[in-house]
Design a protein around this ligand. Structure first.
Ligand code: NOJ
Ligand code: CA
Length: 566
């Protein structure tokens, strides 16, 4: 059921993720910015999305591409100013596009004034009480307070140096050294973030994507913990694609820093705060928790509105696995009267136009590079990605798109080593490539500097030489292009109200085929590598959309078709 209140826009919304560094660069310094976004918004209007979510553009030393915030209520000069933000929001709203910003409450940057004050203050001081400082163990405190590992690799603790130059306490950072974790049992921290929410709500934002929404509370006593298996870098199970579902290594019986019960009080508090504002504002959880029945706790009626469906993202292109995760998602979320969301790509994972054709184990966050096993074949990846997206956009609930996927962009696998910037790359001594390959600035026009990302040709990550064909302008109005496939899918989705619809499985197809109807639309997705039969009455039904070759009674390998339900 997905209908408690169909006027709640987010129940069926298609939300497009903008990664500001890589979307459009108005001042030509090689880093995308807010004026760049404003100048390109019309392209998103014509794509037909409902909202944009912007990865962080707040003041930050950019050690983790902005997920290390030094001032939560200002714009980093590399992205522009608050008035640039206001201009962008106004234009988006004029186009009927809602605006969601990224909130990073688990940790700040080490450049945040509070952390600098904590370093300058004594152990046990109120300044240190806003973060998680502890004495080390061992004779001289030289051993970390516990054995936790950073999800980017290496220990989760860094030792400080006292004013007299002697080694001092340690502080916790579940991510990079430059990202100290807040202590969310501290009321000052809670109050500060209420202020941050109000600041952006007052500026007219429609909601927040909440970073590491499963990590803010740590178990009492910070007990030692050794993960049962190598995890994904965002704290998920890191289920290797195509293998058995993960062990639930999260929560009560698992990591003492993920999925602790106490996080839910924070979201109840924020839910109440958002309700003071007009216009249906939302919270979306980035919570890498499993199973889905546990993730659904984040979207109980008095908590958040949406949660990213990462188990769906991690599902291989395989019919039985897809049917199972779709069933499980619809059941888990409808049990709390929330819509499911669906997502295939974001700035932390290998782009699905490559990922779906990787043939070796590839835990989330490790990325792929020239030496990774199981290199994807580009054509196979794109064919599968188009089919996977066509399947996803017909499912009831909300959907998230990541900039560039509508162009069919592949992961950039062969970035030069010296160009890589993800802290994962450095913290694992260059063993994991990390996430740069999905973050390369996107192409707008063929044959121009930086493919129209700017006019100077500068780009913070180098763009491949063979991207002319992926450029947006090369695909607009071109029949069969990936961009037109997305536009058409979004148009039909809207026309038939698929986001608010409901799913019924359709039998009678080969095992490799996922087939369901959602109201007037029947979706037939062949995940197999050979053609499959389309039986009657579907073979004679009117074709509404197709990601590849359909020929009356057969559907090609890795292809999805939408037909009018007979
Ligand atoms: C999740 C974000 O999506 C990722 O990019 C970031 O590195 C971590 N959280 C830490 O903030
Ligand atoms: Ca710029």
């Amino acid at each position: 059921m997905n209908s408690r209140n169909s006027s709640e826009w987010w129940r069926s919304a298609v939300i497009y993720q903008i990664y500001p560094r890589s979307f459009a660069d108005a001042n030509g310094d090689g880093i995308g910015d807010l004026p760049g976004i404003t100048s390109r918004l019309s392209a998103l209007k014509s794509l037909g999305i409902d909202a944009i979510w912007l990865s962080p553009f707040m003041t930050s030393p950019q050690k983790d591409a902005g997920y290390d915030v030094a001032d939560y209520c200002d714009v980093d000069p590399i992205f522009g100013s608050l008035s640039d933000f206001d201009a962008m929001t106004t234009k988006a709203h004029d186009y009927g596009i809602r605006v969601i910003v990224d909130l990073v409450p688990n940790h700040s940057s080490d450049a945040h004034p509070w952390f600098q004050a904590a370093l300058a203050a004594a152990p046990g001081s109120p300044e240190r009480g806003r973060y998680i400082f502890r004495d080390g163990t061992g004779e001289n405190g030289e051993i970390e307070p516990n054995n936790w590992q950073s999800v980017f690799g290496g220990p989760a603790w860094t030792r400080t140096t006292d004013a007299d130059g002697t080694p001092g306490q340690w502080y916790l950072h579940i991510f990079d050294t430059s990202q100290p974790d807040f202590d969310w049992t501290n009321d000052e921290v809670r109050e500060m973030f209420r202020g941050v929410l109000r600041f952006w709500l007052d500026r007219g934002v429609d909601g927040f994507r909440v970073d590491v929404a499963h990590g803010m509370i740590k178990a009492d006593g910070l007990p030692d913990y050794t993960p049962p298996a190598e995890g994904g870098s965002m704290g998920g199970s890191g289920t290797p694609l195509g293998l058995e579902p993960a062990i639930d290594d999260i929560g009560e019986d698992g990591a003492p820093y993920w999925g602790q019960e106490g996080v839910h009080d924070i979201y109840r508090d924020w839910h109440t705060l958002l309700e003071e504002y007009e216009g249906d504002r939302v919270l979306c959880a980035e919570a890498w928790v499993e199973p889905l029945s546990k993730m659904a706790k984040w979207v109980r009626p008095d908590e958040m509105q949406q949660a990213f469906n990462f188990p769906y993202l991690e599902t291989p292109w395989q019919a039985s696995a897809l049917r199972a995760v779709i069933d499980e998602s619809l059941e888990a979320f409808s049990a709390v009267d929330a819509p499911s969301t669906w997502v295939l790509s974001n700035h932390d994972v290998v782009r699905h136009a490559s990922r779906l054709a990787v043939t070796a184990e590839n835990p989330q966050g490790h990325g792929i590079g020239p030496k990774s096993p199981g290199q994807p074949i580009r054509e196979t990846g794109l064919r599968r990605a188009r089919a996977a997206t066509a399947l996803m956009l017909a499912l009831p609930g909300g959907a998230y798109l990541y900039q560039g996927e509508e162009l069919g962009l592949p992961e950039v696998i062969d970035l030069p080593d010296e160009a890589r910037q993800d802290p994962t790359w450095f913290r694992t001594d260059r063993e994991r490539y990390g996430r740069d390959g999905c973050r390369v600035p996107i192409p707008w026009e063929a044959g121009t500097p930086a493919y129209g990302f700017n006019t100077t040709g500068a780009a913070w990550l180098p763009q491949p030489a063979d991207w002319d064909g992926y450029a947006r302008a090369s695909q607009v109005g071109v029949e069969g292009s990936t961009l037109e496939l997305y536009r058409e899918a979004l148009r039909i989705r809207r026309e038939h109200g698929l986001g608010l619809g409901s799913l019924s499985w359709v039998d009678g197809f080969e095992e490799s085929v996922v087939a369901f109807s959602n109201g007037a639309v029947t979706v037939i997705a062949n995940t197999g590598s050979t053609i499959a039969a389309i039986p009657e009455p579907f073979a004679s039904a009117e074709v509404l959309l197709s990601s590849g070759a359909v020929d009356g009674s057969t559907i090609g390998a890795d292809t999805t078709v939408w037909v009018l339900t007979p």
